[in-house]
Design a protein around this ligand. Structure first.
Ligand SMILES: O=C(O)CCC(=O)C(=O)O
Ligand SMILES: [Fe+2]
Length: 220
């Protein structure tokens, strides 16, 4: 990922629940789509991070990412002084990443289908953990297959998803993503710059002051 700039703007107005919101060609927010599965998803995250602990990765430039990361599946995104890449083994433990639970695979595929992407079979599930104030700067997801969409699930504390354009300096839309919301982007929008504004200090009944994000991709 490439870190970019963030803009601090006031909270955007609320949007209706349940109505898909088109972000652009091939990109959609599906509000609350997996809210009923939030407890199961969080328990799957717990199982994974017990075996592959969350860690703060460093960027090639030496910066420490505020978001805690782990993952499951055949390959998981890692970053260190050597660069951004996918690895089959967890550098922290030397072991293969935990396999992707069938439940996660099914939910990711169903989310993709709902967004118009039939036949999406992710081989990588990234876990991002945001504490209060943690953020992810504007970036493009460039390190995996670009002919497959990204399926992104928000859990816990609400955050503002930043949805930019095809260049880093394009105007940025701010979209509130809540527990159980899903964002899917692919096709002509696959390389849109995006990020997460600093997560507010807030409480969610399932997660305390934490936001989790699960992101599914195809890497090989
Ligand atoms: O946390 C999010 O919603 C976005 C995560 C993201 O963009 C990424 O992992 O590449
Ligand atoms: Fe991303």
């Amino acid at each position: 990922m490439t870190q970019g700039t963030l803009f601090n703007m006031e909270e955007p107005p609320d949007r209706g629940r349940g109505t898909p919101e088109i972000l652009g060609p091939g990109a959609v927010v599906l509000p609350g789509l997996v809210r009923a599965r939030a407890v199961d998803l969080l328990s799957a995250i717990d199982d994974i991070v017990r075996r592959a602990p969350l860690r703060h990765m460093t960027t090639p430039g030496g910066g420490r990412m505020s978001v805690g990361m782990s993952g499951c599946g055949a390959r998981v995104w890692v970053s260190d002084a050597a660069g951004y890449r996918y690895e089959t083994h967890d550098p922290r433990t030397g072991r293969p990443w935990p396999p992707m639970p069938g439940m996660l695979q099914d939910i990711a595929e169903e989310c993709a289908r709902k967004a118009g992407y039939d036949g999406f079979t992710p081989d990588s599930g990234l876990i991002n953990r945001y504490g209060p104030g943690d953020r992810m700067g504007l970036h493009q997801d460039r390190d995996e297959r670009r002919d497959a969409p990204i399926v992104s699930i928000s859990l816990g504390v609400s955050a503002v998803f930043l949805w930019g354009g095809m260049t880093r300096s394009a105007p940025v839309r701010r979209i509130v993503v809540r527990n159980g919301d899903v964002v899917v982007w692919g096709g002509p929008s696959r390389l849109v710059w995006h990020g997460i504004a600093p997560v507010p200090h807030a409480q969610h009944p399932l997660c305390g002051d934490v936001r989790y994000n699960l992101t599914f991709r195809l890497t090989a």
